[in-house]
Design a protein around this ligand. Structure first.
Ligand code: ATP
Ligand code: MG
Length: 648
């Protein structure tokens, strides 16, 4: 990765920001000097029923305990709705676009408040109580946002499950979370595909059997076709909910009461249900989104992430609404019904801030510049990404072709466990380096540790850790606090271990090198998977690539590379050519043991490449591939196995 390209903030003349370099530095200094004072001040961003006077309490040692603002009382739905009813009641809070369903639905703060209250009443009527879990399994429809906020209003803990998990995947999560009610849809549309949500839920509930505590299922009718309904358990969402009152007195919650739990993407193993607490999370969601995506009147923020991911929670729902902004959702795909579909929507809804994933950027890049250039994208002022490392090449394409070199690109690094953005630039204030997730936000004490777990200062490479707690930090793994302590706090005692590797350059910018599990040690040389993939990203015949390490009798580990060629380049790209490119660019030590051209790569539902599976396939451990429930298309695994091991 090159540190050479630096885009100075002055490049984006007139970029609207109220921050300056000096004010940012002052925040960083204050947070360092007086952590509690800093965060109690930031806590003023949200509405409290009783303001907190206590900052952080807890410890990363032993039986890890994390508490923030413990004496504060609040209701998160009030922070996101009621507080704006006086001055923004008629401002659009949510734009909900559905492919093939005409113009998007636009809900003002007043309308969203009404809908949330109706559902809060309906759930209460069904017997859902504070502290109980409610599973939300919906496509990107307005009811998904309403459902999350309604749970928050009654103090129920929402568990948003990704649409299209297999019935087994859903059943496992319903049982693990102990959900008592489910909010789902009849079907969802993904491009030309129809996904039978209700049918899948019925199978999941059947499989879960007596292990499930679900007594009620609300079904949003998303198509005209009838779906089977079980009398007594299932209710048509609107027939049932719309007759309830439009007011509901919010349940007052303690800051440390759980707001939601969310299963991680499952890139590295069995998904974990991460628990977030009301007070710390909402302060953090508001703070982080305001630092990077400062919303101004008239802004439309479209974060394309599904609500089932942490990005969907913090950047689609809680962050933008806590900050009184306008958020947009859509169930559309970038290239359906035609390439450039997302650019149509940016223009139609005058999106000012677009936040997406590297996977989507790479896919749109493959469709060619002409597709982008045919659209008017002048409404855009900020482009964002998160979720995976992005190569400088793809970053520059997003910046130059989509943003016309006018819009800063904010690459933000975060995790389900961090609740919100940890590394990311302050647009218009800090310099940008393509391929780097920039620097920690004020209040975050990042650390890099070496192989012996010692913190290294200055220019360094190693494990990415966080030295002090932050309000949006996960509190536990649901039902398994021991796994929480073990996963995040034992590798480097006293620090939060992210599981990712990173390099810090001389300017304090961080470059994510991949998951620590994925760092390859070839005869003593440490090679990040992202480093290999960056080099390959520069070859325009390659659409995507994934590098993994396999055991090697002599070198300890060897490099194996999987390549997804662009459709039109499949014939000219050879496995030898790819190997040569890597050796030329990274050195002889990096010479791959094998290169495989494959039609697709296994991905999680959030679009991330699952290297753990590729590693197993490459090293012949195909008998025990582990949990496949988080994969978008498990058949890809078979195709990759065939390429590596021949027809099995
Ligand atoms: P699991 O924890 O179940 O294996 P996951 O880690 O993919 O799944 P998430 O919490 O959704 O689940 O993703 C967080 C991870 O995504 C980070 O740990 C990091 O590896 C990757 N990531 C997120 N943002 C970035 C970014 N900007 N650059 C590089 N990697 C990123
Ligand atoms: Mg993770």
């Amino acid at each position: 990765m090159s540190d050479h390209t630096v885009i100075q903030p002055g490049h984006y003349k007139g970029y609207p920001t109220t921050m300056t370099r000096a004010s940012l530095d002052a925040m960083t200094r204050q947070a360092r000097k007086d952590q509690d004072g800093f965060w109690l001040e930031q806590a003023e961003r949200v509405h409290w029923h009783k303001k907190p006077t206590r900052g952080f309490e807890g410890s990363f040692e032993g039986d890890v305990s994390i508490k923030w603002f413990e004496d504060g009382l609040l209701n998160v739905s009030v922070c996101c709705l009621d507080r704006y009813l006086t001055d923004k009641a008629d401002q659009v809070a949510l734009i909900a676009h559905r492919e093939g369903h005409g113009p998007a639905e636009k809900l003002t703060y007043a309308m969203l408040h009404e809908r949330v209250c109706r559902l809060a009443n309906a759930l209460t009527h069904l017997g859902v109580e504070k502290g109980q879990r409610v599973a939300i399994n919906l496509p990107m429809v307005s009811e998904a946002v309403v459902a999350m906020l309604a749970c928050a209003r009654i103090g129920a803990v929402h568990v948003v499950l990704f649409g299209g998990f297999s019935a087994d995947g859903i059943a496992e999560r319903l049982v693990d979370s102990g959900s008592v009610a489910v909010i789902t849809a009849s079907v969802a549309y993904r491009g030309a595909k129809i996904i039978p949500f209700k049918e899948m839920m019925d199978t999941a509930l059947y499989k879960a059997g007596a292990d499930s505590a679900v007594h009620s299922v609300l079904v949003v009718r998303t198509s005209d076709d009838a779906v089977p309904m079980l009398p007594g358990r299932d209710h048509d969402y609107h027939d049932f909910v719309d007759s309830f009152e439009v007011d509901f007195v919010p349940v007052i919650m303690k800051a440390e009461d759980p707001l939601f739990m969310l299963y991680t993407s499952g890139s590295t193993g069995k998904p974990k249900a991460i628990v977030h607490a009301c007070g710390g999370y909402i302060v953090w969601a508001s703070y982080t989104m305001d630092m990077v995506y400062a919303q101004r009147p008239g802004d439309v923020l479209w974060c394309t992430a599904d609500v089932a991911w942490i990005t969907g929670h913090s950047s689609v729902v809680y962050g933008p609404l806590a900050n009184g902004g306008t958020t947009m959702i859509s169930d559309s795909l970038p290239a359906y019904p035609h390439p450039g579909r997302w650019w149509d929507l940016v223009d139609e809804y005058k999106v000012t801030m677009l936040f997406s994933s590297p996977t989507a950027v790479r896919a749109m890049m493959a469709d060619g510049d002409d597709v982008v250039n045919r659209h008017d994208l002048s409404s855009l002022r900020l482009l964002g990404i998160a979720g995976e490392p992005i190569s400088p090449d793809a970053w520059l394409w997003y910046h130059d072709v989509v943003g016309k070199k006018r819009c800063p690109v904010a690459d933000t690094w975060w995790q389900t466990e961090t609740g919100g953005i940890v590394l990311g630039p302050i647009p218009g204030v800090q310099s940008l380096k393509p391929g780097s997730a920039s620097r920690p936000l004020p209040g975050i004490e990042m650390a890099i540790t070496d192989t012996r777990g010692r913190v290294v200062q200055g220019v360094a490479e190693g494990s990415l850790c966080i030295a002090r707690s932050w309000p949006g930090q996960a509190r536990t793994i649901w039902g398994d606090h021991a796994r929480f302590c073990q996963t995040y706090f034992t590798k480097v005692p006293g620090l939060y271990f992210t599981g990712d590797g990173a390099r810090r350059d001389a300017d304090g910018y961080y470059w994510i090198t991949g998951r620590m599990d994925d760092v390859i040690n070839i005869a003593g040389h440490r090679l990040g998977t992202a480093e290999v993939e960056d080099v390959l990203g520069e070859d325009h015949r390659i659409l995507e690539s994934a590098a993994v390490g396999v055991p090697h009798p002599v070198k300890g580990e060897g490099l194996v590379v999987f390549i997804m060629p662009r459709k039109d380049s499949a014939t000219e790209l050879t496995e030898e050519g790819v190997a040569r490119l890597i050796t030329q660019r990274l050195g002889r030590y990096a010479a791959p043991e094998a290169v495989y051209l494959v039609p697709d790569l296994p991905r999680t539902r959030s679009g991330k490449i699952v290297r753990r599976l590729l590693r197993k396939i490459a090293s012949g451990e195909t008998e025990n591939l582990g949990d496949l429930s988080a994969l978008t298309d498990p058949s890809v695994v078979g195709a990759v196995c065939n390429r590596v091991w021949g027809a099995m």
